[in-house]
Design a protein around this ligand. Structure first.
Ligand SMILES: [Zn+2]
Length: 325
């Protein structure tokens, strides 16, 4: 299919002013036109201002993306925006090679252990924040499937869905319980029943959606009353002012602020319990799960894990949001 997601995630990117944004892109042999939006797609405010442009490399050619900033809710959004059809075309088999490898290079044993430790810690925090121990767990956009593996270590019945076929194939090879596609399709097929989930997580997913309100409505429909939702997404209200544009990329429609993410989740009918820099959600010092410590690669990775842990949250880059249905 396509090779669109070339290495355009080397961060931080350079921010430009006054460059003309790209108006059309050919993805998988299909010409896709970018669309201009007159108002903030999160809060409908027209009090928006140009924030700047970044250049990304797509199929060895420069693409200029423009982002506006909403003065009401503090989000940044792509404008003109690559329509949903275009974003869906980029989640093909090249996703895991290009996108996946930049972020989660699990070929490196050190990186693998580090990701396991980090995911383990985050998952333990979520278990502590849930008033009742969750049993049924869904991760939407599971990517490399680490949260599903970790959830299973804690005895949860873990299920994942992902729009990437390659991610689904990899999960299936690992024996994980996973479906390929979007949430609406999985619900329509009856794979997930209404009100059946105790805990649902979305790590680095909501910034990709066309219609977050619609997706949150679907999520609520499958979450049991009192069930818990956790969202993790890049933060435009980051304290790292010089790198606020670090997550501008072809498939990121929005970069939420803490204020805008909270308001959209509340508008969808959830009770938001916490919305903060992700490192402030829960306890940062959980004991590492014995199964991770017993991994033969663990000892060799100890220095790497310690170094990455100390670097990770400089400038806090992600929002963590905990909400209940
Ligand atoms: Zn807004």
């Amino acid at each position: 299919m396509t090779t669109i997601l070339a290495k355009h995630y080397s961060l931080p990117q350079k921010l430009f002013c006054g460059l003309k944004p790209t108006s059309q892109l050919t993805i998988a042999s299909q010409p896709i036109k970018f669309k201009s939006v007159p108002e903030c797609p999160v809060c409908d405010s027209r009090v928006v201002q140009n924030y700047g442009q970044v250049k990304v490399t797509v199929a060895r050619r420069d693409v200029v993306l423009n982002y506006d900033e909403c003065k009401e809710c503090g989000s940044a959004f792509q404008n003109p925006v690559l329509p949903g059809k275009g974003r869906r075309l980029i989640y093909d088999e090249s996703y895991m090679q290009n996108y996946g490898s930049d972020h989660v290079n699990l070929q490196s044993p050190n990186e693998h252990i580090w990701r396991m430790v980090m995911t383990d810690n985050r998952f333990q925090s979520l278990l502590e924040l849930a008033p009742k121990r969750p049993q049924m767990y869904l991760d939407i956009g599971f990517g490399r499937g680490l949260t599903l593996e970790i959830a299973q270590l804690y005895g949860l019945k873990a299920f994942g869905i992902d729009v990437s076929y390659a991610a689904w194939q990899e999960a299936r090879e690992k024996g994980l319980n996973a479906s390929h596609g979007e949430l609406s399709g999985v619900i329509e097929k009856g794979i997930i029943r209404p009100g059946s989930m105790d805990l649902i997580t979305l790590f680095d997913v909501v910034e990709h959606y066309d219609d977050l309100m619609r997706e949150l409505g679907l999520i609520r429909s499958i979450l049991r009353p009192g069930g818990m939702l956790y969202l993790h997404t890049p933060d435009f209200s980051t304290s790292d002012q010089e790198n606020k544009h670090r997550y501008f990329s072809l498939d990121h429609r929005f970069i939420f602020s803490q204020k805008s993410l909270r308001s959209v989740v509340e508008a969808a009918g959830f009770d938001v319990a916490e919305c903060a820099p992700s490192q402030n959600i829960g306890n940062p010092d959980h004991a590492i799960h014995p199964a991770i410590k017993e991994d033969p690669r663990f000892e060799a990775a100890a220095d790497y894990v310690e170094k990455k842990s100390s670097m990770l949250y400089e400038g806090h880059w992600h929002i963590g949001l905990v909400a209940f249905n």
